[in-house]
Design a protein around this ligand. Structure first.
Ligand code: MLT
Length: 330
């Protein structure tokens, strides 16, 4: 009995010690650099957005935010890695429409649950999609482009960032609306895919405005339409899909920040505060405006708003993926 009491006392002291240590860690967070995991190659849209926001967040957190590009399985390798990381606030993910919505219908063996295996931090940005092509492609507007695709079926190449990436799913939608089946060319991100569009090695790409705007401004590629109702402020010369004659094609994608599940609330709140402050900063707002990314509504920048949003996005993308018959099996 005496022995039992002593063991219980030792355990209690241990637990108290552990919880005091956890409390100190929470209070001093962050006391070392943080790792932001980006699920695609450097230079692409997810990487660009991550770096803009990470730099600003590091100022308010007082610690550097180190970017780690973890590529593979269209973002799912990075998703799995963060879902299994220690819930201490030092490793977080920039996920997107692909990793946290389309992946659910696309991959029957998805090894993480986008809702229950993560602690949502907040939505970072939304981005319209544009249909772009190599400069030498013989078409000067969307109608001519679609006519070219139909006439060259079997020969045209559609670059994307892997099955289930947003450049893949949003082009699946485009291809099914216009009724063509191109040869698909997967890359590790649309940074490298864009390089090959510029070089003329592949024909076309459906990509996010943040990756497209600098190239259209530099006149290195052709942009046929922006898939939203209004022209993008960063690309006022590019028609909308309504104007270009394909009103059914409208698609927006997003990036969002996630911690592993069970991250303590005080840590979540600190990271969320840093995200919200970054999104309100003139530096981020100016850079987003130059590239064409939109700052989300304040409610969606919150953990609860993001949780609701992910649920609705899974519901929105599941029928799209099923209809297109796309499957990723890994
Ligand atoms: C995609 O899903 O297409 C990605 O956002 C590509 C990337 O970020 O490089």
């Amino acid at each position: 009995m005496k022995g039992c009491a002593r063991a219980a006392a030792v355990m209690l002291i241990g637990l108290l010690g552990w919880s005091a240590q956890a409390q100190t860690q929470t209070q001093t967070y962050p006391s070392r650099p943080l790792t932001m995991v980006i699920p695609f190659a450097a230079g692409g849209p997810t990487d660009v957005i991550g770096r803009i926001i990470g730099e600003q967040m590091s100022r308010s957190l007082g610690q550097s935010v180190v970017i780690e590009n973890v590529v593979g399985a269209s973002g799912q390798t990075a998703g799995l890695r963060v879902s299994q990381a220690a819930p201490d606030g030092y490793t977080f993910l920039i996920g997107h429409t692909g990793t946290h919505a389309a992946a659910v219908a696309l991959n029957p063996k998805l090894r993480y649950d986008p809702l229950s295996d993560f602690t949502p931090v907040g939505l970072v940005n939304t981005n319209p999609i544009l249909v772009v092509a190599r400069k030498t492609l013989p078409a000067s507007n969307l109608r001519e482009f679609v006519a070219y695709l139909k006439a060259s079926e079997g020969k045209v190449t559609n670059a994307h960032a892997g099955i289930g990436s947003v450049s893949h799913t949003t082009c699946l939608l485009f291809n099914s609306i216009v009724g063509i089946k191109p040869t698909e060319v997967p890359y590790r991100g649309t940074g490298p895919a864009m390089n090959d569009i510029i070089g003329g090695q592949v024909d076309y790409l459906c990509d996010q405005i943040v990756n497209v705007a600098p190239q259209v401004q530099a006149d290195t590629i052709k942009a046929f339409a922006v898939a939203q109702a209004e022209r993008a402020r960063s690309l006022p010369g590019v028609p909308t899909t309504d104007e270009a004659g394909l009103p059914e094609y409208k698609v927006q994608v997003w990036n969002a920040m996630f911690l592993p599940k069970d991250t303590p609330r005080p840590i979540l709140d600190k990271l969320n505060e840093a995200l919200v402050a970054a999104l309100a900063s003139p530096a981020v707002q100016t850079r987003f405006a130059e590239l064409g990314a939109d700052v989300p509504a304040r409610d969606l920048q919150s953990p609860e708003g993001l949780h609701r949003f992910i649920r609705s996005e899974i519901d929105r993308w599941t029928p799209v993926i099923r209809k297109a018959g796309a499957v990723l099996d890994q």
